[in-house]
Design a protein. Structure first.
Length: 97
């Protein structure tokens, strides 16, 4: 069963707690640009998050060049942002801290 998308209140609350994450123009995804000191640290972050994502069965869209990782989170099955996106975003902030 697809998770319900967050309503406006839930989304605002989630975003207030997710440092650096922004809502996309169409309101269907959130994104953040992470920057690391080098490629190994950027890729280490992605490796860590790949294991978390697989366990959650919730997978990021992301783009890496050298020390940058640009991440977009959305719940395809639900057609928008769900608690899974908020959870994964929070895990990413923790891992990148
Ligand atoms: C079939 C499979 O379980 C689904 O497609 C899962 C896999 N990973 C997923 N990841 C994300 N980000 N959104 C989804 O809706 C999603 N669905």
């Amino acid at each position: 069963m697809a998770k319900p998308t967050l309503n406006q209140d839930e989304l605002n609350t989630a975003l207030a707690e997710l440092e650096g994450w922004e809502l996309s123009g169409d309101g269907k995804s959130i994104s953040k640009k992470f920057k690391f000191s080098n490629f190994v640290n950027a890729f280490g972050f992605m490796t860590k998050m790949a294991i978390v994502a697989e366990k959650m069965n919730h997978h990021p869209e992301w783009f890496n060049v050298y020390n940058r990782v640009e991440v977009t989170l959305t719940t395809h099955d639900s057609g928008g942002i769900t608690e899974l996106d908020a959870k994964l975003a929070a895990r990413m902030n923790k891992a990148a801290a």
